[in-house]
Write a protein that binds this ligand. Structure first.
Ligand code: GLN
Ligand code: ZN
Length: 756
């Protein structure tokens, strides 16, 4: 049995690619220097996999920003406005990813969306009516040749044609159907070129196959591959799926002439039963995704080997694989010097997962693997009791009743009371919470962490920043203020640190989008709040102003979704434990005079099951009540806000209204305000602040632009329900652009108020 890696992380163990790219964006290094960093990283990553004995290693899984964007560029799917900038290739690419404002022109970035059920974000390619879809880029072949030169035979990875067609936005009159033939030809040419290069295997990633597929979609998939595969010649095609099972297309999929099919046995609830029921063809290789590419817990060898044995008995030729790209887990445990071994011994990051693949491959080849030391060691680990239980937490949760999930009085009544109490102007302006995390802010936190400054020095610095931030907002003329979140490294880690049950890593970074990485905490045990977390900062900030200071918290669903969850208890139970911890904080803020509290649920959608039929029972039925549990105890006059990012939540509107917040702000500027129609359609009751500009770009929006956006919003949202705000926190932005943007935002709100 051989081993395969679906994809490897690319940002670098110590985030080398992030730092090099950011230097390049600041014009501190040349394009050549950035490309050189990329080359070194690729070499390192290939060698790690090779030295770990992997049989199928990917190339073209490396990316300077995003793989979907790479695939778009490979097929010349570059909107005209970026071509017209007349930039070098690399800069055109970055203009699509990040927007561009300067001598060459002024364009916004392409939209960005969450990659299926992960916290990774991909760039949404745009197809215009005159987009000339054809094979054009050469990154794939350059990387293949680069690996070959190092003596490593790789399988290039490309987003598959079906998933690509599904993910693109069609901005003109043409539809997906109109573009299918051109896409087919482009992929045929791709396969022909693979033949010229004598590439043995090519991997097409088709995660869209794990979504619900109707007959028309099934037919489209068949049509595409019936047309593309004959061009493969001597190259073998691996059709790789992940994040679920392919129940709607399985029977058709196995009939197509793929040389290999990659299926996810971790998240694919029905993967195994599909194989049992319909069989798996003898002439194909099954790439069995049994080593979890998304979570950090060690693989339980006994269970994995059971599946491998069963597949073997069925006579299926199996390659052992990761369940998805290892992009979603950190690199290595090697840099974790602080966590005791009793914890570390339960984890496997990307490099350790390679080790697992290798050990499993070895065990599978042994007559009786139960006699092997590695098997016995693994069994011992899983037999051992972890110190993760807290009886008090369990008891408290068991005492929660139905009425704890309901806030009274009903929202319309509260809205009246709050309007009277706050006396805000029409179209109140606010921000999402964080302000620029400048060098001094990060340095202050780092120094405190390292013990280089005392707690009171640390606090004094943050108070100074808060005071400046409050003055800045007053001067700008914002209505509802924030303290700036200078004390937070990360919106989840910060809360986790004051809650029991969490573990933290030092270097376990995972790419979220582009150069942005996150370091998710690990939920090790039962969760509870140890002490008040944000109260002192918020109370201090409120003391500096007569305006209303918003308290700023992260919600339970997001805390769970941005952590590595436990696998020994249900997600539901973990979320509810966290909800009670957040509830304690909400009530403490209120008790201390904070009248507006924002509970961010940036990641609400992330663990939403990919199949609609699973939404309610497997997720919404507990995720939404968990949010309500955090705020059901507050007074009617206390206003609860929530915030969501990249929420393609058009289809989730009723569930979001059901969170029973008073106000919601969300990302909208990068998705052309499509969501507004659905708000209207569903009589959305929550007041809304659809972001009026994109904070993921350094670009400054003009007053007119913001006024335009507000006008559009007003065609769908009642005036007395509309808030004005950026679409997310400002922590990744620099001060000058933030200052200019917020000024324009306030000016736009004022203009709209005057229009009456
Ligand atoms: N309050 C957080 C901030 O402003 C929200 C961030 C987010 O939604 N990702 O940074
Ligand atoms: Zn956000």
């Amino acid at each position: 049995m051989k081993t395969s890696v679906t994809g490897f992380p690319r940002i670098g163990t110590l985030r080398e690619l992030k730092f090099a790219s950011e230097k390049y964006f600041r014009k501190e290094i040349s394009a050549e220097e950035l490309l050189q960093t990329g080359k070194v990283l690729r070499k390192t990553h290939w060698n790690i996999q090779k030295n770990a004995g992997m049989d199928y290693i990917s190339c073209n899984d490396f990316s300077y920003y995003d793989m979907t964007l790479d695939t778009a560029v490979l097929f010349n799917i570059i909107p005209r406005r970026y071509k017209e900038l007349n930039l070098q290739q690399l800069d055109t690419y970055f203009a699509m990813a990040r927007g561009c404002q300067g001598e060459s022109g002024d364009v916004r970035a392409l939209a960005m969306k969450k990659w299926f059920n992960t916290n990774y974000h991909y760039i949404v390619p745009e197809i215009e009516d005159d987009t000339d879809i054809r094979l054009s880029g050469n990154k794939l072949w350059e990387e293949y040749a680069e690996a070959k030169e190092l003596g490593i035979e790789t399988k290039p990875v490309v987003t598959g044609a079906y998933t690509l067609l599904k993910l693109c936005r069609y901005t003109g009159k043409k539809t997906m159907d109109d573009c299918t033939d051109a896409v087919i030809t482009a992929y045929r040419n791709l396969l022909e070129k693979c033949g010229e290069y004598q590439i043995a295997w090519i991997q097409f990633d088709e995660p869209a196959l794990v979504l619900d597929m109707d007959r028309k979609e099934q037919a489209l998939f068949r049509k595409i591959y019936e047309a593309i595969l004959p061009a493969a010649g001597k190259s073998s095609v691996l059709l790789q799926t992940y994040f679920g099972d392919v129940r709607d297309i399985y029977q058709q999929l196995v009939k197509l002439p793929f040389a290999g099919i990659g299926l996810d046995f971790t998240e694919g609830k029905e993967t195994y039963s599909l194989i049992e029921k319909y069989g798996f063809p003898e002439d194909k290789l099954l790439f069995a995704g049994l080593v979890n590419g998304k979570n950090i817990w060690k693989n339980h060898y006994a269970l994995t080997l059971q599946v491998l044995d069963a597949l073997h008995e069925k006579g299926i030729r199996t390659v052992l694989s990761t369940s998805c790209s290892l992009l979603h887990v950190p690199y290595t445990l090697k840099h974790e010097s602080k966590l005791p071994q009793e914890y570390l011994s339960h984890f496997a990051f990307a490099e350790e997962k390679l080790e697992e693949l290798k050990e499993l491959k070895f065990l599978a080849s042994c007559g009786d693997y139960r006699l092997q030391a590695v098997w016995q060691e693994n069994e011992k680990l899983f037999a051992e009791e972890r110190n993760c239980s807290n009886e008090e937490v369990k008891k408290r949760l068991s005492l929660v009743t139905e009425k704890d999930y309901i806030r009274l009085p009903e929202r319309s009544r509260r809205q009246k009371l709050q309007k009277e109490a706050f006396d805000l102007p029409e179209f109140p302006t606010t921000t999402i919470g964080s302000f620029p995390q400048t060098k001094d802010v990060k340095a202050n936190r780092a120094a405190y962490r390292k013990g280089e400054i005392t707690e009171s020095e640390y606090v004094a610095f943050n108070r100074k920043k808060i005071a400046e931030c409050v003055a800045w907002q007053e001067e700008t003329g914002l209505d509802v203020l924030v303290h700036g979140e200078y004390e937070r490294n990360d919106m989840v880690e910060y809360f986790g640190e004051s809650m029991g049950g969490f573990l933290f890593t030092e270097k376990a970074w995972v790419q979220s989008y582009g150069t942005r990485c996150v370091k998710p905490p690990i939920i090790w045990g039962d969760v509870y709040r140890e002490k008040p977390i944000t109260v002192e900062w918020s109370v201090y900030a409120q003391s500096l102003t007569k305006k209303i200071m918003k308290g700023m918290l992260t919600g339970p669903v997001t805390i769970l979704n941005w952590s590595f969850p436990r696998e020994d208890i249900s997600i539901r139970e973990s979320i509810l434990q966290i909800a009670l911890a957040v509830r304690d904080e909400v009530l403490d803020l209120e008790k201390n005079g904070i009248r507006i509290i924002q509970i961010d649920e940036a990641a609400l959608r992330e663990k939403l099951p990919l199949r609609k039929s699973d939404w309610q029972k497997e997720y919404l039925d507990f995720a939404i009540p968990a949010f309500r549990l955090t705020h059901s105890g507050v007074k009617p006059e206390t206003q609860i806000h929530t915030h969501m990012c990249y929420s393609e939540f058009t289809d989730l509107i009723p569930a979001i209204d059901d969170m029973d917040a008073d106000v919601i702000t969300f990302e909208a500027s990068r998705s052309d305000l499509q969501i507004l129609d659905s708000l209207r359609e569903h009589n959305f009751e929550t007041e809304v602040g659809p972001g009026v500009y994109d904070i993921h770009s350094q670009r400054v929006p003009s007053v007119e632009e913001i006024v335009d956006a507000l006008h559009t919003m007003l065609t769908k949202i009642d005036r007395d329900r509309l808030w004005v705000n950026p679409d997310c926190g400002l922590k990744t932005r620099a001060v000058p652009e933030t200052e200019a943007s917020l000024k324009n935002l306030v000016a736009a709100a004022e203009q709209i108020r005057r229009e009456a």
